[in-house]
Design a protein around this ligand. Structure first.
Ligand SMILES: *Cc1c(COP(=O)(O)O)cnc(C)c1O
Length: 399
């Protein structure tokens, strides 16, 4: 088989990806492609990126055998890739460091980002402080209210948080506003996208930065277990933590790759965030992919107990992996994710992010159907401290 080598030069993953932006951004994207192409081949850039991952992020993150939970389920052995132990508590910083380094290389002193739950905003504000860059984060005003703690974090880190009052005042409106800022200030500004979406080269660049997750697993799993896992499971919002762990495994054909989307209140209710499982191909955020839209082509509001999975599209590489059959995609609803969240807390002593809990729920569902010596590797994309209010409210508590 031909080794996996996508996207093509125009950023296509089969019929997905590409560049769908206004003409005013074409030049900026061409510049970015050129700059990133230099960076990815430059041993000095790679060495500095690795240094930052080791000393600022705390990599490599460990792999952990969830032995008590595996025993209780009575089937496959479940392992966690501990991205929750990274600085700032999730995988997102792997990517924001990489992009901030590209921005510096391009001589751009100002970075912008859009954020929904606020996690990407915090990861961007963190690296902007680290490198002494000006940082502006766009956030729907509804989200600003819902995510007060992350807004305060960003401000502590020196970022300016701009509440967006248009539309539904959530992520998709913040996205439009960030694009508008970029068009206006493209000379001194770098747009840091938080997942494997956006126009080419973003899906490829973000994947490359996040692939450190799967590369570490490729050596850690044989060290721990003597072989590679049978199944790799990750949650999918935009898809960056999932691509990060999937990508180095794509050429290992015996390893099944399973992405878990947010089923929210149930696919049949229409209140979910499952773009791959229940969406249709279309154009969003500068690329062609699966997305959630109504008959008039309007983007539909998404719903999930985990704010970080609330993205109405999905990275184009996942759209391709789904259509060509190399990865499969399933859904886990709010209740199932919450149940896995509580099990993980009590049985393993780890409070996982609600996003990651979707992946854990699927692993817990399939483990009993597999042999005891089978191995499931779950990407534990982040820690759950940020989700205390949501979980407590679900249990009828407040604090
Ligand atoms: C943001 C986030 C996600 C979803 O984003 P992806 O790009 O799909 O990885 C998942 N888990 C955590 C902990 C997050 O913060």
């Amino acid at each position: 088989m031909k080794p996996y080598d996508l996207p093509d030069a125009a950023g296509h993953f089969g019929p997905f990806g590409g560049v769908f932006v206004s003409e005013t951004l074409m030049h900026a994207l061409a510049q970015l492609r050129e700059a990133y192409d230099e960076c990815r081949r430059d041993p000095e850039f790679i060495a500095e990126f690795e240094y930052e991952l080791e000393h600022f992020v705390g990599r490599p993150s460990p792999v952990y055998h969830a032995k008590r939970w595996s025993d209780r389920l009575g089937g496959a052995q479940i392992y966690f890739k501990r991205e929750d132990l990274n600085h700032t508590g999730a995988h997102k910083v792997n990517n924001t460091i990489g992009q901030a380094m590209v921005a510096r290389r391009m001589g751009k002193p100002r970075v912008i980002a859009e954020t929904g739950a606020g996690q990407h905003g915090v990861a961007t504000a963190t690296v902007a402080a680290r490198y002494g860059m000006k940082c502006v984060v766009y956030m729907g005003s509804t989200d600003v209210e819902r995510q007060a703690q992350n807004v305060y974090r960003m401000r502590l880190l020196g970022a300016e948080v701009v509440p967006v009052e248009s539309g539904s005042r959530t992520l998709k409106d913040a996205l439009n506003e960030a694009m508008r800022d970029w068009v206006t200030n493209v000379d001194d500004t770098f747009y840091i996208i938080g997942t494997v979406a956006g126009p080419h080269p973003y899906p490829m660049m973000v994947r490359d930065f996040q692939s450190v997750i799967g590369r570490e697993c490729l050596t850690q799993m044989p060290e721990m277990t003597g072989r590679q896992p049978d199944v790799v499971v990750a949650c999918v919002g935009g898809g960056s933590n999932a691509i990060g762990i999937f990508h180095p495994y794509i050429d290992h054909e015996s390893v099944a790759l399973v992405g878990v989307e947010a089923g929210g209140e149930g696919i049949e209710t229409g209140r979910h965030a499952a773009s791959l499982s229940a969406g249709v191909p279309g154009v969003l955020h500068g690329n062609r992919t699966y997305l959630l839209q109504n008959a008039d082509g309007q983007i539909i509001e998404t719903h999930s107990v985990s704010a970080g999975l609330d993205y109405p599209g999905v990275g184009p590489e996942h759209a391709w992996l789904k259509d060509c059959g190399r990865a499969s995609y399933v859904t886990v609803d709010d209740e199932q994710a919450l149940a896995a969240f509580h099990d993980c807390c009590r049985i393993e002593g780890i409070i996982p992010a609600l996003e990651s809990s979707h992946a854990l729920a699927h692993a817990a569902a399939i483990a009993p159907t597999m042999a005891r010596d089978a191995i499931i590797l779950v990407n534990l994309s982040g820690r759950g401290d940020k989700d205390m209010h949501t979980v407590a409210a679900r249990a009828g508590l407040s604090f």
